[in-house]
Design a protein around this ligand. Sequence first.
Ligand SMILES: [Zn+2]
Ligand SMILES: [Zn+2]
Length: 425
Amino acid sequence: MRFKAPKGTYDVLPEKAEKWEFLEEAARSIFKIYGYRPIETPIFEATELFARGIGEATDIVQKEMYTFTDKGGRSITLRPEGTAPIVRAHEEHGMSQWPQPVKLYYAGSMFRYERPQAGRYRQFYQLGVEALGSNDPALDAEVIILLLEYCRSVGVKEMDLLISSMGCSECRSSYIEALKDFARERISKLCPDCARRFEVNPLRLFDCKNPACGEVLAGAPKMIDYLCDGCRVHFESVKGHLGKAGVGYKIDPTLVRGLDYYTRTTFEVQSGYLGAQNAIGGGGRYDGLAEELGGAPAPGIGFALGIERLAMAVEAESGKIPGEYELDVFVVAVDDSVRVDAFMLAQRLRGEGLVAEMDYLGRSIKGQLKLADKLGARFAAFVGPEELAAGLCRLKNMVTGEQEDVPLGGAPAYLADKVFEEPVK
Ligand SMILES: [Zn+2]
Ligand SMILES: [Zn+2]
């Protein structure tokens, strides 16, 4: 038998992994500018954390979790999202005693047992931020702007920002009554999944991907028309901050992201370049989640984005993501007697910060040059017995074919000057 990556997963090979690294480094630097600090939580948590945090009636908890019993008899789940673990860590480590709000960012793999289809995988890589400890609408605007700024900084220029408000526990209960009244009269037209959703959490009706259910629900009452005074003022203030910052947005009352913990502001950033599955990332406020998980109250807001979809959007719009492997120098050993000297030159080149490579398979000079060419080396540095005796090294510019002899001791610094002062293109 031949092993393959498990269904719904894939290997991120160097060419793609280099792009992801570039995107992640860009994220880390801009997240830091906004005051966010890194956090790492375990890849698995107690199942109950997600069941209670994300919500029993959600598709994630009902159908998509990787849940297993460990050897100690505990029910464990691979994290399907990053927020509930961070809120758990916030309570566990008493972060409400830290300077408020606490701003955190994370990057890592999430796991959902989805039906494999284009653009959806069972293991996917997310970047996200969470800000806990304040319900200031300025923080909502900041988190939204951070997501937009980050996408823009890596080359996504054309984006749509959709925003909405999910209300609070107070105004949502009157809304849910109205929604129930509406759905009860039409329950026979809804799918069996929706009949179950109706019983457990009617808000989840909007998650249904069945077109017939979508048609029925198009006429349903909208949360945004049921906001209490506090929630309305909050939403107006978020919009005000965005307006002041010159950020355009569309209000989309159907934006009920598929997790139960959202309150008040929800948002999504979309790219027209992504086709049907056009969301790059999104998030929202979760003012009740900490208490739902048994902790002290801690309002919070955050976003998550999938790096795969971001990379697709950047490439579709800007054509190229930087970060690809570029070889500066290939050290050619002219014969076997100088292999150790070639090895030492490669080491000294690396010491100057140059990307240096050499032959490890005993190739001929011709074979080494062929490899240097294949790897896209900008320069070849020849180490030969005669040059060594004269204290020299022959350099060849692989683009122009130009050759020159330089003192061996000074060759690394000389090449570093050339490479760093004349960037390719
Ligand atoms: Zn409210
Ligand atoms: Zn349905």
